[in-house]
Design a binder for this molecule. Structure first.
Ligand SMILES: [Zn+2]
Length: 136
């Protein structure tokens, strides 16, 4: 989505932005968006969590739906993941402030524009991520 296009994009005025990176503002906007989505999701799930099993009026009590226990468990799990993701986003904001955003926190390599595009809060390059996930 391009919101505003400067009259003419001149090659030499693109300054200050490392090749393949988004400008800080765009990154912040994406991180904020991701954070809002997470918080929104958390809040809507909190609103959905059934506090009492009352009001089951139609006779369809079959296994179509998760049981309350399963639902609660799923909610806790999702919330845990959302909390972790929120923490990653906060950390990404801190790295932006520190000027280390876009670099792997483990090996210091550039994370890569494509990966940041998909995962604005990514803290690790693909290699380190794979090491982490595959180290079992
Ligand atoms: Zn790395």
């Amino acid at each position: 989505m391009v919101m505003d296009t400067p009259h003419a994009v001149r090659n030499e005025t693109v300054a200050q932005v490392p090749a393949g990176s988004l400008p800080d503002d765009a990154i912040r906007a994406r991180l904020l968006e991701a954070r809002n989505a997470l918080i929104g999701g958390l809040e809507s799930r909190l609103a959905e969590v059934p506090t009492e099993p009352s009001g089951v009026s139609d006779g369809w009590g079959e296994t179509e739906h998760l049981t309350l226990a399963e639902q609660a468990e799923l909610t806790v799990h999702l919330d845990w993941m959302a909390q972790a993701a929120l923490g990653e986003i906060e950390a990404a904001f801190e790295r932006l402030d520190a000027g280390t955003y876009g670099y792997c926190v483990t090996c210091g390599d550039a994370i890569g524009a494509e990966r940041l595009e998909a995962l604005p809060a990514a803290a690790h390059c693909v290699n380190c991520q794979q090491h982490q996930e595959g180290s079992r």
